[in-house]
Write a protein that binds this ligand. Sequence first.
Ligand SMILES: [Zn+2]
Length: 196
Amino acid sequence: MELPNDVGVFTLDPLDPMLNEQVSLLAAMHYRYLFEELARTGRRAGGCPLAPWLTTLLLRHDGGVVGFVALDVRTRAIELLYVEQPYRRHGLATAALDALSGAMPELLALKAPLTPAGRALAERLGLPVVEPETGQQEAARADLTAWEQNLRVQCRHRRGGRPDRPCKRCYRNALEGYVEDLVVEHAAAIRAGVSV
Ligand SMILES: [Zn+2]
């Protein structure tokens, strides 16, 4: 697959999972994404920024990384698309998706669940939204419930909140470790695959 790298004043290049600096930048962005989604929905968002089955592209502006796109190479669907707050509303996500769909003969799709901004983007660009398979949805739901239950057991802040959810402080703190595991473990899996 020929990937585009010219998105107006922005560039889009593949993340190198061998470079710790890039992996750390990605983890920090994914953490900010989860933090925003926690504020919006009250729960941990799904989706993976880096994995052996994904191609992760870094969006750069003036040499600095300002976002990322994780593309599922098996289904040609966008797993995640994130743009840092100060760079939003400049058409960057649109330009990135335009460039990606132009580079792929098959139709590009966006994976649900989407943020309101993601859904608006899919509608504006006429891109299909694919729902995960029922089995995958159930597995993700069970994983999230188990993760929340584990946090609730460990929580020492018993006042208020919902009895079925960990407190907000524990939830926020746990997201950092969750991202670290998700990104670092997947980077290690990719590196192991590369070195074999
Ligand atoms: Zn707590």
